[in-house]
Design a protein around this ligand. Sequence first.
Ligand code: FPP
Length: 227
Amino acid sequence: MDGNGRWAIQRGLPRLAGHRAGTENLRRIITACVEFGVRYLTIYAFSTENWGRPREEVQGLMRILEDVIDRELAELHREGVQLRHIGRLERLDPKVQEKVLQAIELTKDNQRLVLNVAFNYGGRDEIICAIQRIIRDGIPADRVDTGLVSRYLFTAGVPDPDLIIRTSGELRVSNFLIWQTAYSEWYITQTFWPDFDKEEFKKALDTYARRDRRYGGLTQPVEETDA
Ligand code: FPP
């Protein structure tokens, strides 16, 4: 959800106003996901590196997380949204941790859309955490394969993403789902996140639908091509 800060600065507003506008937009995109039949949405709301931002911005983002749960949870639950969290909760305010856990518990049986919230999340941190748990569980080295590692990640049970959308034109992975996106398709748009509306989202999905996903293989077997 990149470009909130620049969106605000362009309007002479504080950066947090951009994050709030980004949060309102997230609401619209969640509704669009339900309408378009998207079953899994993962949002990158706060990275392990975002702690390095000014205190006021970090605190503001924590407050937004809490406000979203307070204000939106009942409606998300009604819409059939299952909330999940990826990342480490332990560094957050205990009151916020409790709210996140309650939201997860309340919505755990919802099936319409799984909304994975990456908060205090980092791809490298996730892999380190998985390796530590694999070692602690005494898993023999020759049992470590792709499926096993996937089951030890924060995203266990969630399919790898088909499409990654990055707004604001940045061409970086930024430590996001670095294991899971090995064969994801990318869609980059110059639009700042608060302006990334339902039409743009539809355009991204349409573009994705025309992609030829080969997973390192070939679209057609070689024999057929030769023939
Ligand atoms: C990146 O834009 C955005 C973020 C680091 C925060 C995104 C968070 C939200 C929209 C809040 C939603 C959170 C929840 C839990 C619902 P940027 O600040 O890097 O923008 P810039 O590149 O223009 O400075």
